[in-house]
Write a protein that binds this ligand. Structure first.
Ligand code: ADP
Ligand code: MG
Length: 241
C-alpha cells in the first residue's frame, strides 16, 4: 500500500503540503480533487520520489521514498502518467513502452516489445504501434503514456490530470481506457478535474485545500450531504459543475 503520514513539503518559504495523511490499499481507486494550486501534483511527485520531502513519511509497498537506497524499489512499484505527453519523440510507440522494462527490469527486448504490442491492443492502438509520437493525436499519445506506465507492472498507477490537455472527444477516449484499467483491479491515485468521472470510478475521494487534506471519504459520502457540509467542498463542486 501507499502510506503517507504527516507529509510536509515547502518550496523556499512557501509551504505547499501541510501534514498530509493518506493510506491507499491494493485495489482502491482514489481520486484527489482540489483547486488549482492546492498541492495535488506536488503530492503525486512526493509519492514517486520526484520531490524531496521536508517532513513526514511516504512509503510504497513498505519502501521509504526518502531513503536513497529504497527509492528505486519504491519507484518501480508506481507507474506515473503526467498531464503532458512526455514520450521520447525519436522512438516509436512500441519503443517508448518497451524502454523501461528493457533498461530497468532487464526484460529481453523481444519480450518487452511483444508486451508493448499487447498493451497497445488493449487501448485500441494496435495499428499505431510503430508510429512516432508526432504522428499520433494527443489522445493516442496519452494512451501510449498509460501503456508505458503499465509496462512496468506497477502496483500503483499515479495519474496527474492526464486528460487536461485534451479536447472533449480525446478526453472521453482516454477516460474509457482508464475505466477499463480500474475495472481490472489496478490500484490508482487519480488527480483530475473530471468530477463526474472521478465519481464513477473512485472508491474514495481525497480533497486537498491549500496543502491540507480536508476530506477523505468514500465516494458516495463525498458527494452526499456529508461532503456538502464542508464549505470548501461545496464551493469547489458548485464551481466545477
Ligand atoms: P496543483 O497540482 O494542485 O495545481 P501544485 O502541486 O502544482 O498544485 O502546486 C502547489 C503550489 O506549489 C503552487 O502554489 C505552486 O506554485 C507551488 N509549486 C509547485 N511546484 C513548485 C516548484 N518546483 N517550485 C516552487 N513552487 C512550486
Ligand atoms: Mg497539478
Amino acid at each position: 500500500m501507499i502510506s503517507i503520514t504527516g507529509l510536509h513539503k515547502s518550496f523556499g518559504s512557501a509551504t505547499v503540503l501541510r501534514g498530509i495523511d493518506l493510506e491507499i490499499s491494493q485495489g482502491e481507486v482514489v481520486s484527489v480533487l482540489g483547486s488549482s494550486g492546492s498541492g495535488k501534483s506536488t503530492l503525486i511527485r512526493c509519492i514517486n520520489g520526484l520531490e524531496k520531502i521536508d517532513g513526514g513519511r511516504v512509503t510504497v509497498d513498505g519502501f521509504d521514498v526518502s531513503k536513497p537506497r529504497e527509492l528505486a524499489d519504491a519507484r518501480k512499484r508506481s507507474g506515473t502518467v503526467f498531464q503532458l505527453f512526455n514520450l521520447y519523440p525519436h522512438m516509436t510507440a512500441v519503443q517508448n513502452i518497451a524502454l523501461a522494462p528493457v533498461e530497468v527490469l532487464n526484460v529481453p527486448r523481444k519480450d518487452a516489445e511483444a508486451e508493448a504490442r499487447r498493451l497497445l491492443q488493449q487501448v485500441g492502438l494496435s495499428e499505431r504501434a510503430d508510429a512516432y509520437p508526432a504522428q499520433l493525436s494527443g489522445g493516442q499519445r496519452q494512451r501510449v503514456g498509460i501503456c508505458r506506465a503499465l509496462a512496468m507492472k506497477p502496483s500503483y498507477l499515479l495519474l496527474d490530470e492526464v486528460t487536461s490537455a485534451l479536447d472533449p472527444e480525446m478526453t472521453a477516449e482516454v477516460l474509457s481506457i482508464l475505466a477499463n484499467i480500474a475495472k481490472q483491479g489496478t490500484t490508482m491515485v487519480f488527480v483530475t478535474h473530471e468530477i463526474e468521472f472521478a465519481r464513477s470510478i473512485s472508491t474514495r475521494i481525497a480533497f486537498l485545500d491549500k496543502g491540507q487534506m480536508i476530506a477523505d471519504l468514500p465516494t458516495e459520502d463525498f458527494f452526499s450531504d456529508k461532503g456538502m457540509a464542508m464549505p470548501r467542498v461545496a464551493q469547489f463542486l458548485s464551481k466545477m459543475r
